[in-house]
Design a protein around this ligand. Structure first.
Ligand code: SIN
Length: 329
């Protein structure tokens, strides 16, 4: 007799694990629930798979630090190394979910499905979305169709590649999307519908080994704007960060003080990446990048550029080599 798939769920907190004072309070709530309580009793999941729960964290995702990311990656990797485990689901706050998803997609070595899931409404809400999102995530993680797709993110019945997904709405349940690349598929009535497989993942993915890595290099994000000051860059230089990602204007264009600040940062040996405030599209190479020691982020938004830069800096500080990492897609 075929045994049921075995899926491990790792809880990290977020709205999916939160409750508010009453059913119609949708935006003022706190993390209160343990991961094992999130699906509830009546889903029938036990007929489809064996599920076990771990609770590495239980926090709002804005509280997640680099060292928590490293510990989470190690725990997921250890779970997936168990030959009896078929896949993993990670419950996570939506605010920084795409950062964790991209980090794991660049570092996990296993081809077993890893699905990250959150919710936009606390579990106490009328029409809370967390239970169905979690159910869908379990179905996806147990599906052979999800193998080899890299880290996936699911909310609101759709799933996306970690590389491309972003949060685009502050409150609605359809907050996540990948406007340029689209969703990879959907989960409906317990069935996975796969529409496309992600091409354009990093060419060497999974690229970065975390073995022996005690901490990640510090990388700041600086937001550019009209009348921007130089002091943000000075602060990063004084803090001796390893990298700066600038959320530049348009196609990575820089205000005068951003140009000056980045020039000073490059001179101080800091790796500097031009990303954009614009949510879609890619930053194209500029003829000034090479001479100025700058790297163009391609289609990485600032928060994903920060993740990639931290990892790339564990391998190289050389500008052209860093640029090649960002040229991956
Ligand atoms: C969080 O990111 O932890 C809070 C917001 C959410 O999960 O939607």
């Amino acid at each position: 007799m075929k045994t049921l798939p075995r899926i491990v769920v790792l809880g990290t907190g977020g709205t999916i694990a939160s409750t508010a004072s009453d059913a119609t309070t949708l935006s003022d709530y706190a993390v209160t629930q343990s991961v094992s309580a999130l699906l509830g009793e009546d889903s029938g999941i036990e007929r489809l798979m064996r599920v076990e729960y771990r609770q590495p964290l239980n926090v709002d995702s804005r509280e997640i630090t680099n060292s928590m990311l490293l510990a989470l990656a190690a725990e997921v990797e250890a779970q997936l190394a168990d030959p009896d485990i078929d896949g993993a689901v990670i419950t996570h706050g939506t605010d920084t979910l795409e950062e964790t998803a991209y980090f794991l997609s660049l570092t996990l070595q296993s081809s077993k499905p890893v699905v990250i899931v959150g919710a936009m409404r606390p579990s106490s809400a009328i029409s809370a979305d967390g239970r169905l999102n979690l159910y869908n995530a379990l179905v996806l993680a147990a599906s052979p169709k999800a193998r080899g797709l890299g880290v996936l993110v699911t909310l609101n019945d759709q799933f996306f590649a970690a590389r491309f997904v972003s949060k685009f709405h502050t409150t609605r349940v359809d907050a996540f999307g990948a406007p340029d690349q689209g969703s990879l598929g959907s989960v409906r009535d317990g069935q996975v519908h796969l529409y496309q497989v992600p091409v354009g993942l990093h060419p060497d993915a999974p690229t970065f080994s975390l073995a022996g890595l005690a901490r990640l290099p510090d990388v700041d994000i600086v937001y550019d704007h009209q009348s921007a000051g130089l002091h943000h860059y000075r602060a990063s230089i004084d803090a001796q960060v390893a990298g700066i990602v600038v959320a530049a204007c348009g196609n990575g264009s820089l205000s005068p003080n951003a140009q000056a600040g980045l020039a000073q940062a490059v001179k101080a040996g800091i790796a500097c990446v031009r990303s954009s405030r614009v949510p879609t599209g890619a930053i194209t190479h500029s003829r000034f990048d090479e001479a100025g020691g700058l790297v163009a982020a391609g289609a990485h938004n600032p928060q994903k550029a920060r993740i990639l830069l931290m990892l790339a800096l564990t391998v190289t500080r050389e500008r052209d080599a860093l640029q090649r990492y960002f040229d991956g897609c």
